[in-house]
Design a protein. Structure first.
Length: 191
């Protein structure tokens, strides 16, 4: 069953602040990444520990944040885009920390800084791939699949890449596109 998220946003008189949009974007990304982990588990993937689930969720969230950046490129000024993506990344890092605390994991490690470091490393990696803003190509999807594969048990590694590339990522990207289009409608193509 597809995840339902709000994708139609009514305009308010003053517009939406970048912080508001970043919070909604981060929440949407988190829900989509969480649904991916849940779907992997339902497909008989052994997540085994909450820590592994959070790491998978982090990989998927990082990919979706990067694709969000590509989607809004050209729709809003670069400075606003950078602020949006940075704010959403910071909010995602807070969500990671909050969820780890809820699971009883509070060992003094700086998970927030670790997550932001991973976001930055993956952003550099993903930036090397060519893809259209809303249609990622095979190489970038494979990179995501390989990143998730590295986190899986050996018994799940052979098939998880296909699951990510063919099912989970396209479904998440479809929903993410609707959310982004709700805030920043794409330019209409002239006929």
């Amino acid at each position: 069953m597809a995840l339902r998220v709000k994708t139609i946003w009514f305009k308010n008189a003053g517009g939406r602040s970048a912080a508001e949009v970043a919070t909604v974007l981060a929440s949407t990304i988190w829900r989509l990444a969480d649904a991916t982990v849940s779907n992997l588990s339902k497909a008989d993937c052994d997540i085994v520990t909450p820590e592994r689930g959070i790491r998978i969720l982090g990989e998927v969230a990082t990919f979706l944040l990067h694709m969000s950046d590509r989607s809004v490129y050209g729709r809003i000024p670069d400075e606003e885009r950078a602020q949006l993506i940075q704010s959403a990344g910071k909010r995602l890092a807070e969500m990671v920390v909050n969820n780890l605390r809820e699971m009883g994991i509070d060992d003094g490690f700086d998970y927030r800084a670790n997550f932001i470091d991973m976001l930055n490393r993956r952003a550099e990696d993903y930036a090397t791939f060519d893809c259209q803003s809303d249609k990622p190509g095979f190489p970038i999807l494979r990179y995501l699949g390989l990143a998730v594969r590295e986190l899986m048990l050996e018994s799940d590694q052979p098939w998880v890449i296909d699951q990510i590339m063919e099912l989970q990522a396209p479904e998440a990207l479809g929903t993410l596109k609707k959310t982004i289009d709700g805030f920043y409608p794409p330019a209409r193509k002239e006929t």
